[in-house]
Design a protein around this ligand. Structure first.
Ligand SMILES: *Cc1c(COP(=O)(O)O)cnc(C)c1O
Length: 495
């Protein structure tokens, strides 16, 4: 049966999966959602025997129904190959009684690789299916990890160009080096003078600019998005929650049907939304626990039912979560409003105009799948040190936000269900924060000496992603003001 997609802001129009992937964002500024969440065709018993790639096929075929079996399997095979440094693709590690789903074994050592290694293939397949003649220009705003993962995924992919905007002072040293050393004739990286929300709003405004779209079309270009607003990002992220459950079952850590909890360090709300989809596809997940850093707009939202971005933006030691406008929350708002596009549009308008909106009592009652918490920078440091001292396992700052929230949730709720924490980045990506959490003496060291020390304490080999940037040439030095993004894009494309 064909699954179609609608905009969260328009109940009328439907598009196919490949059209939704190509467009990224709907014309009305809404996000694409499937008209219903499909269920899996296979049992948990069957899933438990499957490889990551096989699981990916079972999950993704239910969402991308206009892809043929051959097309989808081809995309999966090209994405989940030796770019990942482990055959399992997303291994589960157990430390201190909790399971860490390691989503950082891809080319850029953060969880964004899980979706961005397949998105270029989904997109170029979609372009072929829809007879697109234009060159596709991927515009991406990044809080640090999406940018590199998208650059790596799209570099030298025929028929595409990619432009990435990152906040000049809002990413880690390793994150910045990874981006500015990116090779590929079709890649451009721009540092903006502003924070991630500026970058994301700027990209959204460019997408919504119909005049610009016409000018681009005349020049043989069209935009698409590699941000998690693209349904082609969200769908591949559902896979690893299904896979994690199946692995727990296979390893006899849980009994068939036993409910688990999932804790996700959250920024743009994409990763945790994928867990929500996995739950509604039929995976026995009880609570989806949303973990925030000091930019705790989501924690307050789940507490009060009011989303209020009017607050100070804080730069923290988990920079990929320094976000006040969580784009993907719009999809959840749409679902908890009973798929009411009118209601959702009204709230998104309020968010845009006043920076705040409140849920109705009915909508609030539909949030029962979720719990939420937040961790301060000091708590993050303490958590990293604590887990390291107890178990020898080293986690990154984002994962530590989740670990802290997990612990607080368990203590407070007395909920003893087995828990999976989405481990979203390699500690190597945030070496300074991680090592100084373990011992302040490391602060005296240079970045790459810190990395050597991390290798010693973690007993985990330095990932290729780090080796690559050690002596790489800086290839991108472009900067721009946040209100000049459109002009910069035109300059780059020469339109
Ligand atoms: C992007 C990112 C997050 C936040 O994920 P969202 O899908 O935006 O909520 C968390 N941790 C790391 C390391 C990330 O790169």
């Amino acid at each position: 049966m064909e699954l179609l997609y609608k905009s969260t802001r328009n109940a009328e129009k439907t598009v196919t999966a490949s059209e939704a992937i190509l467009k990224g964002l709907a014309d009305d500024g809404g996000l694409f959602v499937p008209v219903s969440i499909p269920t899996l065709d296979v049992t948990l018993e069957e899933l438990k025997e499957m490889s990551y790639q096989e699981t990916a096929y079972e999950v993704m075929k239910k969402f991308l129904t206009d892809f043929t079996e051959e097309e989808l399997k081809d995309c999966i095979a090209k994405a989940y190959d030796s770019k990942f440094d482990t055959e399992e693709i997303a291994p589960l590690a157990k430390a201190d009684g909790t399971y860490y789903l390691e989503l950082f074994h891809g080319a850029t050592i953060a969880f964004k690789d899980m979706a961005l290694s397949i998105l270029p293939h989904l997109l170029t397949t979609s372009a072929k299916k829809n007879h697109v003649k234009n060159e596709i220009v991927i515009l991406t705003a990044t809080s640090g990890d999406t940018g590199k993962a998208a650059l790596a995924g799209f570099a030298d992919v025929e028929g595409t160009k990619i432009i990435v905007f990152y906040p000049k002072n809002g990413v880690s040293k390793v994150q910045e080096l990874q981006m500015v050393t990116q090779k590929g004739a079709n890649t451009t990286v721009v540092a903006i003078h502003g924070n991630f929300d500026c970058a994301q709003s700027g990209v959204k405004a460019i997408f919504e600019n119909k005049e610009l779209a016409k000018e681009l079309d005349a020049a043989g270009y069209q935009f698409s998005s590699a941000n998690s607003i693209n349904i082609g990002r969200l769908v591949p992220q559902i896979v690893y929650y299904v896979y994690a459950y199946a692995k727990l079952l296979q390893n006899e850590e849980i009994a068939a049907g036993e409910e688990i909890n999932v804790v996700v360090p959250t920024g743009n709300f994409g990763n945790i939304l994928a867990a929500y989809f996995a739950k509604h596809m039929g995976i026995p997940i009880d609570k989806l626990i949303c973990a925030s850093n000091e930019n705790k707009v989501l924690f307050d939202f789940f507490q009060t039912g009011t989303y209020d971005k009017n607050r100070e933006f804080i730069l923290t030691n988990s920079p990929s979560m320094d976000i006040l406008i969580s784009s993907n929350l719009e999809r959840l708002i749409y679902f908890i409003a009973g798929c009411d596009a009118g209601k959702n549009s009204e709230l998104m308008k309020a968010l845009k105009e006043k920076g705040v909106y409140g849920l109705t009592e009915d909508m609030k009652a539909n949030l029962f799948d979720f719990a939420a918490g937040y961790a301060t920078e000091a708590e993050v440091r303490e958590m990293i040190a604590d887990i390291y001292k107890k178990t020898g396992y080293v986690i990154d700052t984002h994962t530590a936000v989740a670990a802290k929230v997990c612990k607080a949730y368990q203590e407070e709720s007395k909920d003893t269900k087995k828990t999976v924490i989405a481990s979203t980045a390699s500690p190597y990506k945030f070496a300074r924060s991680v090592m100084t959490s373990i011992d302040e003496k490391y602060d005296a060291l240079e970045e790459f000496d810190l990395i050597d020390e991390l290798q010693k304490v973690s007993c985990v080999d330095m990932p290729n992603a780090i080796k690559e940037i050690k002596d790489a040439e800086i290839l991108h030095t472009r900067e721009c003001d946040a209100d000049k993004m459109e002009a910069t894009v035109k300059e780059i494309l020469k339109v």
